[in-house]
Design a protein around this ligand. Structure first.
Ligand code: FAD
Ligand code: EPU
Length: 336
């Protein structure tokens, strides 16, 4: 733990945006965190994990705290589940591998999502038919103002599609220190997402296992999502929007190819990537800001784009999709 001044945040965000923070420090436990927060209580505070879901549009006037809380431990078990606590600063995919090695099931569909454990409940990470709320048990979070640690159950987190209390209601109020997951001893496979079945077939998997599902997910992801080590991005820039069945049917008349999935509430979740592609943005580039050539939902930084340029591009796309389809996209990435 060492407080640094005027630090570039470029290495700390996967978009590779070059902004600075007045103060920066990492921390590895609650005591260090309390000490750092007492340095100047008037400072704005921003917690960073892997920086893979954030877009900086300006320098950060305050204190950036990089979460380095480590450790993975088996807390307890019952007949069906093992309860595993992981430090918020553990890398997410390393945690998934840790579970796969021990045959603990529930997170295999979430393989290769960038970032850290601490951010997994923040937006209830999801991929290939699974959301983290299904394997979540509880978390510990430090209240910045009260300097007190609270435990949040799944209900307390109010998980939704790419949402939790930490993203909106309690924004910047808590710092997640650890997350406890409830993992199955006997797997319940989820291959409902079409692409997984196809990939398992292509891989000629004879016996289904969580390891095979993980490999299939890794193959699919690697084939279309840009690697942030090579090209700056933060995954899907927008959420997939939900509309009523009535609105969907009307859109389908006009745009027969439109992609949507009916959910339990009777609404239809549209593939935002399709809307953006059909609006002509896929593969678009202006300066160093662009829209990925294989996945239109992913905005990219080809090198030296500013956060403002990426944001402005997202605004153009949003307006364009709204004009063409009458559907308003919502940003998934945290804009700072
Ligand atoms: P950061 O970007 O560091 O932080 C994200 C937000 O959480 C910020 O607002 C930050 O202040 C806050 N935060 C971070 N850590 C803490 C903490 N300990 N306590 C309190 N607040 C905190 N996401 C998906 O859901 N599904 C996907 O399939 C997916 N695919 C992706 C693919 C690529 C190529 C990329 C680049 C991103 C993808 N993402 C995906 C988005 C991202 O990986 C996840 O949202 C991830 O959980 C972010 O973790 P992070 O540690 O990098 O968070
Ligand atoms: N599509 C297009 N054009 C595109 C992109 C997608 O037509 O440019 C179509 C695809 O052909 C497919 C449908 O849209 O029929 C869905 O595409 P895909 O399977 O790639 O998933 P997505 O809806 O674009 C979501 C998540 C991803 C997650 C995948 C897999 C959101 C906002 N995004 O993407 O999460 O990995 O499903 O489950 O829900 C993230 O959150 O950062 C992220 C990458």
């Amino acid at each position: 733990m060492q407080l640094q001044k005027n630090i570039s945040l470029k290495p700390y965000n996967t978009f590779g945006i070059d902004v600075s923070a007045n103060y920066f420090s990492s921390f590895s436990n609650a005591d260090e965190l309390a000490e750092l927060l007492s340095f100047d209580p008037s400072l704005s505070v921003l917690t960073l994990g892997g920086g893979s879901n954030i877009l900086f549009t300006k320098n950060f006037d305050g204190l950036v705290l990089k979460n380095e809380v480590k450790g993975i431990e088996e807390v307890t078990e019952d007949e069906d589940y093992v309860y595993v606590r992981a430090g918020a600063g553990e890398n997410w995919h390393s945690f998934v591998l840790h579970c796969l090695q021990r045959n603990w099931a529930g997170v295999e569909n979430l393989s290769l999502i960038p970032g850290n454990v601490g951010a997994s409940p923040m937006q209830n990470i999801g991929a290939y038919g699974v959301e983290i709320k299904e394997a979540f048990f509880e978390l510990e979070a430090f209240n910045i103002r009260e300097k007190k640690v609270y435990t949040f159950s799944s209900n307390d987190c109010e998980f939704g599609y790419r949402e939790s209390v930490f993203k909106q209601k309690y924004k910047n109020e808590f710092i997640i220190l650890s997350v406890t997951y409830r993992l199955r001893k006997t797997p319940v496979f989820n291959t409902s997402y079409g692409a997984i079945e196809q990939e398992l077939e292509r891989m000629q998997v004879k016996e289904l296992s969580i390891q095979a599902i993980s490999r299939a997910v890794i193959n699919i992801r690697s084939s279309k999502l840009p690697d942030p080590a090579k090209i700056g991005n933060a995954g899907s820039f927008f959420k997939n929007p939900s509309i009523s069945k009535k609105q969907f049917d009307a859109l389908k008349e006009k745009f027969p190819g439109i992609i949507g999935y009916e959910n339990e509430s009777g609404n239809v979740k549209l593939a935002a990537g399709w809307l953006i592609e059909q609006s002509g943005w896929k593969g678009y580039r202006k300066g160093d800001a662009g829209c990925h050539e294989k996945q239109a939902l992913v905005l990219v930084n080809f090198g030296n784009a500013s956060g403002r340029e990426i944001y402005d591009l997202s605004e153009e796309i949003l307006q364009n999709v709204k004009n063409k389809f009458g559907v308003e996209l919502e940003r998934e990435v945290n804009v700072v």
